[in-house]
Design a protein around this ligand. Sequence first.
Ligand code: SF4
Ligand code: SF4
Length: 329
Amino acid sequence: MKEAMHYRKEPVGKTRCLLCPHRCLLSNGKIGRCLARQNKDGVLYTLIYGEVSSYSMDPMEKKPLYHFYPGKMIFSIGSWGCNFKCTFCQNWNISQQKAAVESFEKDDIIGIALQNNSIGIAYTYNEPFVWYEFVLDTAKAAKEKGLKNVLVTNGFVSDEPLKEILPYIDAMNIDIKAGNESFYREICDGQLAQVMKTIKAVHEAGVHLELTHLVIPTLTDKPDEIREISSWIAEMSPDIPFHLTRYFPQYKMNIASTPLLSMKEAYEIAKEKLNYVYLGNMSDEHGGNITACPQCSAELIVREPGSASIRGLKAGKCGKCGKEIPGIF
Ligand code: SF4
Ligand code: SF4
């Protein structure tokens, strides 16, 4: 077991974890809310260093990242544990309980990525920030080998650890689960304010950023709230790609799946403020997965499940009108 980073020792053998804003205070033997960190005799340990529950070569589009090496494959790995408890979690079997794992060294992961001609490594499936020590060590070593590092995250991490890892991260997809604190508190056991802080810090650090919002009927589909979230993103930059994802019943949530009409409505609202809005978890015939030039409407990237074809994009610019398209292509 490896000693955790970002914690402090407290009186009578307790430890205070400082990795995320839950700041768990743990007495001897106790495990944090994320399930991934434990106090043993006054020392905090990560329980999941090198423990891999899931791995796969995935299309970049699956993360989802649409403006970051479109069409490329990325070696994607996850462990177990999460600092949220979303009642709609589709990966609850690895986020809310201990999962079967294989143990890897960071060099094993890098070796597999290189052998498979992966553009890099994506840390995903469960919450990568609760896997902090292994992600940081692997990301540092991967960068030296020319691999890109991608985090797919809920964004619920404290300022210091975020600052420490960002120089090694090339792209992130962060969830905005809702535009209000009560949803975060009651449905996710999280807090929105810190997530917004993380998003701003990532944007300001110049790391490639895309955002995702799951549209859940009656909970996160309200036009005013989608307008508010979109306006907030647009204040940072209207060029940040925004993914609206269709919800299906999962885990403890049994609300019926999102009507296609609600997805279309959410799309139109977000498009009022943002240049690149995409629909996810929907069949292609419903659109919303094409990158079009916001200036002349030329089709630049067309996506199908598992692939993306770059059509009208030349050296990062629209081939028709020359508008610069944000992203790394
Ligand atoms: S990372 Fe885990 S142990 Fe640390 S504060 Fe967050 S939930 Fe608690
Ligand atoms: S943050 Fe993601 S992994 Fe964690 S419980 Fe929520 S949906 Fe699941």
